[in-house]
Design a binder for this molecule. Structure first.
Ligand SMILES: Cc1cc2nc3c(=O)[nH]c(=O)nc-3n(C[C@H](O)[C@H](O)[C@H](O)COP(=O)(O)O)c2cc1C
Length: 384
């Protein structure tokens, strides 16, 4: 079983992730992990933190000479800004120099303060922050390394920012990922990209923020990941939970699940045919997003994740209350992101890759990569 655990606060000394259950012999490099972390920082509309902070990684355990050992893999991502935060975030007994008593609407602050009994919003927001997704992305790089050995590619592209959406359904393939990443909004459609950039500029000018939607595409996924036999083994359910767990994601679609409820049954499904030359079943459409009955069908896995507009604004507009005085005030912070949808897409790839890697290991599991590949080949041969 593949499992992982992250630890670390946004301005703490470091983030740490421990990934357990990877087979031995999987090629992994620090560059691959660093590369994925670099992609998480992408996107027009990000704040200044992305520029001055660097993700400095250390492969702490579980990898020797570029290959996994089958033992837990531990990765540390140091906070290069730590010297500035050392006193405020010190683990030693003492007190912060400044207590944040005005919880920000749209964040975990108030519910977290009430739930855990804190007077300082920082005790909540440090962990609730999406900085934590850097640790997930490091784990996702390992999942992607495994999936690439199985011939599976997971990519994403932005399909909407605020009211500006791509028209039509042109989808990038794995070879287009560099083009997508080179777009300032990680959009594959240059016409839509211009509209999205203009929308971000307009929102920035007014001190406002924007949400949006990304589409995640996983190609090469073999038939049979996930299962219909239990509610908590359904691949669509696992993907929905994983994507919804990303900070600020409020909407997940599998395939065309966002539009098919309005259609008739005759228009909403993927007809099956037999391709004699390929010796395989074939579906012309992928409305179900490559998942039927909670199992991958062997087709393109498609999921969409919709993110709410960021709650921290550059304009003092959202009302809140000081938890000590109970006086009304406004939630305000200078220089926050205008949108983080392009970066969220990279995190959505990560979460999808982690689910697919876990399910691939459940189906083809073995102690070494060679054993996993043998099991996979045996299963695929049995289908012919
Ligand atoms: C990649 C990424 C970057 C984010 N950056 C910001 C930000 O700059 N400002 C902000 O207010 N929220 C940001 N968020 C969202 C917050 O972290 C916060 O957790 C979220 O708005 C709370 O929503 P929830 O109710 O879904 O937890 C970001 C989320 C992601 C995925």
């Amino acid at each position: 079983m593949l499992r992982y655990l992250t630890a670390g606060e946004s301005h703490g000394k470091a983030l740490v992730v421990v990934v357990e259950g990877l087979p031995a012999g999987l090629p992994v490099t620090a560059d691959a992990v660093q590369g994925e972390l670099g992609r998480r920082r992408l996107g027009y509309g990000r704040g200044p933190r992305m520029r001055f902070e660097v993700d400095e990684i250390t492969l702490l355990a579980g990898i020797r000479h570029g290959r996994t050992l089958g033992s837990p893999v531990a990765i540390e991502i140091a906070n290069t800004e730590w010297p500035k935060w050392e006193e405020e975030m010190s683990p030693h007994p003492g007190a912060p120099s400044r207590v944040l008593t005005t919880p920000r609407p749209g964040h975990a602050d108030l519910a977290g303060m009430q739930k855990y009994g804190f007077d300082d919003a920082r005790d909540v927001l440090e962990r609730a922050s999406a900085r934590e997704t850097a640790a997930r992305v490091a784990a996702g790089a390992l999942a992607k390394a495994l999936l690439s050995q199985l011939g599976v590619d997971v990519i994403s592209h932005v399909v909407a920012i605020g009211p500006e959406a791509v028209k039509g359904t042109v989808r990038p393939g794995p070879a287009d990922l560099e083009t997508v990443d080179a777009s300032p909004v990680r959009c594959f459609d240059t016409e839509a990209e211009e509209r999205m950039v203009a929308a971000i500029k307009a929102a920035a000018k007014e001190g406002d923020s924007l949400g949006g939607v990304v589409e995640v595409l996983a190609s090469g996924v073999p038939v049979g990941l996930g299962s219909h036999v239990h509610w908590d083994r359904r691949l669509d359910g696992l993907l929905a939970q994983a994507l919804m767990s990303i900070q600020a994601v409020k909407h997940v679609d599998i395939g065309e699940g966002g539009t098919t409820p309005a259609l008739r049954g005759s228009e909403a499904h993927d007809a099956i045919s037999w391709d004699e030359s390929a010796g395989a079943y074939h579906r012309e459409t992928s409305r179900a997003g490559g998942i039927e009955g909670g199992m991958s069908t062997g087709g393109l896995v498609v999921a969409r994740a919709g993110m709410k507009p960021l709650a921290t604004l550059n304009r003092p507009v959202l009302a809140t209350v000081d938890v000590v005085t109970k006086e009304s005030t406004v939630s305000f912070k200078e220089r926050t992101d205008v949108t983080a949808v392009p970066a969220m897409g990279v995190v959505a790839e990560t979460m999808t890759a982690l689910v697919l890697a876990a399910e691939a290991l459940r189906k083809f599991g073995g102690d070494s990569l060679a054993e996993v590949l043998r099991n996979r080949d045996g299963f695929l041969a049995s289908l012919r």
